[in-house]
Write a protein that binds this ligand. Structure first.
Ligand SMILES: C[S@@+](CC[C@H](N)C(=O)[O-])C[C@H]1O[C@@H](n2cnc3c(N)ncnc32)[C@H](O)[C@@H]1O
Length: 432
């Protein structure tokens, strides 16, 4: 079978995202159809185009006389990807234009050759004037509603957050402290010629100077390390599970935080790793196996936990709630095009129902750590505040840390260029 043209593949992926599919749904099948040497280029084209998506869409709107038809989403994807290459890559302009025009043939849209050529060449000629006409949100490559919220909720940090959201994120690993120390693993990386530095926040974090395929990391298969952003490594540290305790990770898949909890406290009585999505639980199982760890896996809905989970039977609960992903846009740039403003209130309600559903499972004196990868107050402090007003036996424990920003009900890490992702944490205690 001949390999798929990389630009046509990127056009298909971006077209699918424009049609409402996530990058995780759209990319893997295309990745397996392009030549091996084109795989990282395909990823770069898709991630790069989507990170700049709102800006490129606004530019394309100015360049097209009339909008493309829905059935030509792949062509729209191709044009966005072509514009991205003219700004965001080292591909020479003439080569980017020629390859993009050629890809119209692969998409079997020969009629679009002239249009594609004209759009890209006009962009090269009129780039400065066109970019000047964009509004602030489009210029910053963010949907307007999200841009406005970031500016309103984080006035001092907004520019840095927006900048970080548009960059490629760092690759960070978590050293499995049951196997080896961070110092030993840094030495192992150095021996392989992989440049890396110790993380600032987590004692187990190592940041790689350049992203690597996990299989190139020494000892990965044998469970020496896992890929996990430093902000996410704060969860297990804040949970502070003790020996002999029963812990519930209620939204556990793919298991990054669950595995870290087990690495930090190998003497737990039990860790129950629950998730609503059975297919995603399989990933937890694979991660546990690779790391040589054990947990009880359970498919279940945290809003109505399975009946066999007894009341007041867990010492600690981690709720890494489903959220807008507004703190990890650089890792999930499709969210910029897929997320709608109206989703935020729905997510907040879901998060409230999850807290309410799980609370009876917590022992008196036990702690629940609420986490999101959102930077929006509606999903963070506001959810916790409402829960505290509704639940008389819940109190807020303060998080005394040197990292992040204190908010009304917790602590917020903001995404930073070359630094951690944007995660929120709040710690609740059950009183008698
Ligand atoms: C942010 S991810 C969790 C990431 C995970 N804690 C980790 O560190 O690898 C949120 C998870 O919540 C799950 N989820 C969504 N709604 C749920 C519900 N009502 N009950 C349980 N899990 C749910 C999703 O399937 C998803 O796997």
């Amino acid at each position: 079978m001949t390999a798929l043209d990389v630009r046509a593949a990127a056009a298909g992926v971006i077209g699918d995202v424009l049609g409402g599919h996530s990058l995780n749904q759209a990319l893997p099948s295309r990745l397996s159809r392009v030549g091996e040497r084109d795989r990282s280029l395909l990823q770069q084209l898709c991630y790069g185009t989507l990170r700049q998506g709102p800006r490129l869409q606004a530019v394309l709107g100015l360049l097209l006389e009339k909008p493309l038809r829905e059935k030509d989403r792949d062509l729209q994807g191709l044009l966005l990807c072509g514009l991205y290459q003219l700004d965001g890559t080292r591909v020479p302009d003439h080569a980017a234009v020629a390859a993009t025009v050629d890809a119209t043939g692969v998409l079997k849209k020969h009629w679009a050759k002239g249009l594609t050529n004209a759009v890209l060449r006009r962009y090269l000629r009129e780039r400065e004037q066109l970019l000047q006409t964009l509004d602030r949100a489009a210029a910053a490559s963010h949907p307007p509603w999200l841009f406005q919220r970031i500016v309103e909720q984080w006035p001092a940090a907004a520019a840095a957050v927006i900048e970080a959201n548009n960059q490629q994120p760092p690759m960070t690993v978590r050293v499995n402290n049951l196997r080896l120390s961070r110092k030993s693993y840094l030495a192992a990386l150095q021996k392989e010629g992989i440049a890396a530095t110790a993380g600032d926040l987590s004692p187990h974090a190592i940041q790689l100077a350049f992203p690597k395929d996990v299989w190139e990391l020494p000892g990965f298969l044998a469970g020496a390390v896992s890929v996990q952003d430093e902000a996410a490594q704060m969860a297990a540290m804040l949970l502070q599970a003790g020996a002999g305790e029963r812990v519930l990770d209620a939204c556990a898949a793919p298991g990054g935080k669950a595995c870290h909890i087990l690495e930090l406290q190998p003497g737990l009585a039990e860790l129950v790793a629950m998730d609503i999505n059975t297919a995603r639980l399989q990933k937890v199982s694979e991660n546990l196996q690779r790391l040589g760890l054990e947990a009880t896996l359970l498919t279940g809905d945290a809003t109505h936990p399975p009946a066999h989970l007894e009341s007041a039977s867990f010492d600690r609960i981690l709720v890494d709630a489903p959220c807008s992903a507004s703190g990890v846009l650089r890792r999930h740039p499709d969210v910029k095009l897929l997320r709608r403003e109206r989703d935020i209130a729905q997510l907040a309600e879901q998060q409230r129902c999850i807290l309410k559903g799980l609370w009876p499972l917590l022992k008196v004196g036990g702690s629940l750590l609420y986490a999101t990868c959102s930077i929006l107050d509606e999903e963070n402090s506001q959810v916790v505040h409402r829960f505290l007003t509704e639940q008389g036996d819940a109190t807020l424990s303060s998080i005394n840390s040197s990292w992040g920003e204190a908010t009304a009900c917790g602590r917020q890490l903001l995404p930073s260029t070359g630094g951690p992702d944007g995660l929120f944490y709040a710690l609740l205690r059950k009183t008698g």
